[in-house]
Design a protein around this ligand. Structure first.
Ligand SMILES: [Ca+2]
Ligand SMILES: [Ca+2]
Ligand SMILES: [Ca+2]
Ligand SMILES: [Ca+2]
Length: 473
């Protein structure tokens, strides 16, 4: 009985004849409300169609046109199928639905919103209910081709121009070799790649014997530019790069047989040019930034050296040098302290000296503790996993806590043939250059139990492992 009386009343309202009403129950004018609802509020772009439901608290006595507007950051016709802007609630019905199709495109996007707002019922606003607007969040399911995985840099053979980069996906199941070459459709793009440094979305590949840096988008590997190269004098035997105070700093040996021409090139990263150079002692190799301070380990180029230079990245001046042991080859910052691993002079120099691990206070830039290896021990590849340091020596991996007061005596992993290594998320990634003529491999170990997880064939002379993006293995 009540329902019927309302039904007739709403018919009058829909005809805009309504003035007042004597209802069965009370004297309050009856006001039906139309709202919008959807099941869930976040949808992958691969989902859909999504059903939006327009519901009225009461049925109308005639067809009623519902008008809505579509706003939000998602683009109509691109991210989702264009919507007509109106639909009809039929006579006697209390709901109608609208299908929203989503476009599963190939674009890498951030999440976007679609906001549907009911703006009119039968041309007016009288019957718009309180739940008159809803926001859907569209999430992306695309990624850049080389995002979320591992980049393996290869020297290639000296003089052969076959430097290369491989991509290994995050579950280590897929290896794609030669990505620079493939993306940029170039053949011999570099001779003897030495290192790669990330800054924002860019990767800087230092190509030693090509005397250049290739700048690429780190996620697509599309070339952005080249610094130096044939006919240019920007670099001479460039080795490693770090970024501090918004600039790039690239170590250069100069002429390997001249101990007095070594330098650090300062890169303007806005226009990819060398804007100045800083003269340093012989053999600058690895370089590491801590805030606006750079630490340069002088392994010694073709000769030997035993210092770390400290460069102020605001003044671009060498502020001090720290004496460590012969041939400092790797560094790590742990809890604001700088650990410097020196290999010592190898036997072939005729002046064999012991390896050494020094801890440097980065406030005073002085050595705080020193641990000395045996004269015939020549460690390298200092790496960090939480508060543990790892290094490679005698074809084995050793580890120690940063508070340990003695070097470890037993190896964690043995019988290796690493040319470089890195640690990420409790896993150790070592590259094996094999015989330097055939393809090398990437070996992945779980540092929880020191087990080999996988060995993947890569390309000629893999020389470094870099982690690209956020991912779990
Ligand atoms: Ca979009
Ligand atoms: Ca997609
Ligand atoms: Ca997309
Ligand atoms: Ca030199």
């Amino acid at each position: 009985m009540m329902k019927k009386s309302r039904f007739f009343m709403i018919t009058a309202m829909a005809g805009l004849l309504f003035t007042s009403c004597s209802d069965d129950d009370n004297d309050t004018p009856f006001a039906p409300g139309v709202g919008i609802s959807v099941s869930g509020d976040t949808f992958s772009e691969a989902e859909g169609p999504v059903t939006l439901t327009f519901t009225s608290t009461e049925a109308f006595g005639t067809d009623v046109v519902l008008t809505y507007e579509v706003t939000g950051s998602a683009t109509s016709g691109e991210d989702f199928g264009a919507l007509p802007g109106t639909l009809t609630l039929a006579t006697g019905e209390t709901s109608t639905t609208l299908e929203l199709t989503l476009n599963d495109d190939d674009e890498v996007e951030s999440s976007e919103a679609i906001i549907i707002t009911l703006t009119a019922v039968d041309g007016g606003t009288d019957f718009i209910g309180s739940a008159n607007s809803l926001t859907l969040t569209l999430t992306d399911n695309d990624s850049f081709p080389f995002e979320n995985g591992i980049l393996v840099l290869h020297e290639g053979n000296f003089g052969a121009g076959n430097a290369s980069v491989s991509f290994v996906n995050d579950d280590l199941s897929l290896v794609q070799n030669g990505i620079f070459k493939e993306v940029n459709e170039v053949d011999a793009w570099g001779d003897t790649a030495q290192s790669m440094t990330f800054n924002g979305d860019m990767a800087y590949i230092v190509v030693n014997n090509s005397q250049k840096i290739e700048v690429v988008d780190r996620y697509t590997f599309e070339s952005v530019g080249t610094i130096g190269g044939p006919g240019e004098t920007d670099f001479l035997n460039p080795r490693y790069m770090a970024v501090a105070n918004g600039k790039g700093y690239v170590t250069n040996w100069g002429d390997g047989s001249n101990p007095d021409d070594d330098f650090v090139a300062v890169l303007n990263l806005d226009n990819n040019t060398v804007e100045s150079t800083i003269a340093v002692a012989e053999g600058p190799e690895r370089i590491l930034a801590k805030d606006d301070v750079l630490y340069v380990a002088h392994q010694g180029g073709f000769g030997q050296n035993n210092i770390v230079s400290v460069i102020d990245a605001v003044t671009n001046a060498v502020t001090t040098t720290i004496t460590v042991a012969d041939r400092p080859n790797s560094m790590q910052l742990v809890n604001d302290e700088l650990w410097v691993l020196s290999g010592g002079n190898p036997a072939w120099t005729g002046n064999e000296t012991a390896g050494q691990l020094d801890k440097v206070n980065t406030t005073s830039n002085t050595v705080e503790t020193t641990l000395t290896f045996a004269q015939t021990e020549h460690p390298g590849f200092l790496s960090q996993n939480d508060d543990n340091l790892y290094y490679y020596m005698s074809s084995s991996i050793f580890s120690m806590g940063v508070t340990d007061t003695a070097l470890p005596t037993a190896a964690d992993i043995t019988d290796l043939n690493f040319y470089d290594m890195s640690i990420n998320e409790g896993k150790l990634f070592g590259v094996d250059a094999k015989n330097f003529l055939s393809n090398g491999s990437l070996e992945v170990y779980d540092l929880g139990d020191n087990s080999l997880l996988t060995s993947e064939e890569v390309s000629i002379i893999p020389t470094g492992v870099y982690f690209n993006g956020d991912f779990d293995f």
